[in-house]
Design a protein around this ligand. Structure first.
Ligand code: PMP
Length: 287
C-alpha cells in the first residue's frame, strides 16, 4: 500500500514526494532526524523528541522548519492518513536546497530547511519476538565523529556496524572507544551487575536517548540502583544481564556479547521488568 508522506508543507503519495538533488541532506549529510514510536495510534514521548530535535538544530546552527505545535499536528496527520496503529514516524530536517553545491552554509534567509516525514507501520511491534529471546551483539571499534550527541543523518558507520554484526551471525554491534562501550549502532547500551544498572553517562560521545531518559527515570522510581559510568566489554561479558534501549525497540534484552552468553542465554529479570514498566508508563502518557 502506498503511503502518504509529508514534504515541506504537503501531504503526498510517496511516489510523488521529491527532494532536490542539491539538498544538503543528500550532498553533505547536513541534516538531523528523529524517530518517534506510535502505539495504539498515539505518539510515545513526543515532547522528548521535539526537545532533542530543537537541540540538534541549535548545535548545528540550523533553522527550525516549523513550531512544535505544527510538528505535532503533522505527526498526527500522518498517523491518521496512513491509519497507523503501531509503528514509527521518521522525521528529517536538512539545511535545505541552496541550488548548488558549496561547503559553506547557505544564508538561512534565502535557503529554507527541508522537512520530510513518513510513517513505518509495524503492527504488534510491542510484542516483538526478539524481546522474548534476547539478541546477540558483537563489539566493534567506535570510529564515528566526536559529536554523537547531535542526531545527524550521518549513519554510514552505524550501518556498516550492523552489517559486521550480521556477517558475524549477531543482531547488532556495540561500539567501543578507549576500551569502553559507547553505545549500540542505534541504541543505548546497559549492563546489570548485582542488581545495579550500569550505563554510560551523557556526553558528546553518545546520543542522549529519549528512551534512556525515560527508562532511567522509571528504574529510579522503582527503587532500582542506577550507575552512570563507562563499562568495558570484558565487564559486560561478566555481567548478570545486558540490554539496550531505543525509541523503536523500547527495552531489548541482550543475551550474548562477542560469543559469550549472559544469564544462561535468556533475557534477565531487570530487562524484562524495565520493558514492562516502560511500555506500561509510555502508553499512559502517549498523545
Ligand atoms: N544511540 C544511537 C546511536 C541511536 O541511533 C539511537 C536511536 N536513534 C539511540 C542511541 C537511542 O535513542 P532513542 O532512545 O532516543 O531512540
Amino acid at each position: 500500500m502506498s503511503r502518504i508522506v509529508y514534504v515541506n508543507g504537503q501531504y503526498l503519495p510517496e511516489a510523488e514526494a521529491t527532494v532536490s538533488i542539491f539538498d544538503r541532506g543528500f550532498l553533505m549529510a547536513d541534516g538531523v532526524y528523529e524517530v518517534t514510536s506510535v502505539l495504539d495510534g498515539k505518539l510515545i514521548d513526543f515532547a522528548g523528541h521535539s526537545v532533542r530535535l530543537a537541540r540538534s538544530l541549535k548545535e548545528l546552527d540550523m533553522a527550525a522548519p516549523c513550531s512544535d505545535e505544527d510538528l505535532l499536528e503533522i505527526h498526527r496527520g500522518l498517523v491518521a492518513r496512513n491509519d497507523v496503529t503501531d509503528g514509527m514516524i521518521y522525521l528529517q530536517v536538512t539545511r535545505g536546497n541552496p541550488g548548488d553545491r558549496d561547503f559553506a552554509f547557505p544564508d538561512p534567509e534565502t535557503t529554507k530547511p527541508t522537512l520530510v516525514m513518513f510513517t513505518q507501520s509495524k503492527p504488534g511491534m510491542a510484542e516483538s519476538p526478539m524481546a522474548k529471546t534476547g539478541i546477540k551483539v558483537i563489539s566493534i571499534e567506535d570510529i564515528r565523529w566526536g559529536r554523537r550527541d547531535i542526531k545527524t543523518v550521518q549513519l554510514l558507520y552505524p550501518s556498516m556496524g550492523k552489517m559486521m554484526a550480521k556477517k558475524a551471525g549477531a543482531d547488532d554491534a556495540w561500539m567501543v572507544e578507549d576500551g569502553h562501550v559507547t553505545e549500540g549502532t542505534s541504541n543505548n547500551a546497559y549492563i546489570v551487575k548485582n542488581g545495579r544498572i550500569i550505563t554510560r553517562q551523557l556526553s558528546h560521545e553518545i546520543l542522549h536517548g529519549i528512551t534512556r531518559a525515560a527508562v532511567l527515570r522509571f528504574a529510579k522510581e522503582a527503587q532500582m540502583v542506577v550507575e552512570e559510568r563507562p563499562f568495558t566489554i570484558e565487564e559486560a561479558k561478566q555481567a548478570d544481564e545486558a540490554f539496550f534501549t531505543s525509541a523503536s525497540a523500547f527495552v531489548m534484552p541482550v543475551v550474548e556479547i562477542d560469543g559469550a552468553s549472559l544469564g544462561g542465554g535468556t533475557p534477565g529479570p531487570v530487562a524484562k521488568r524495565l520493558r514492562e514498566i516502560y511500555l506500561e508508563e509510555s502508553r499512559k502518557t502517549a498523545i
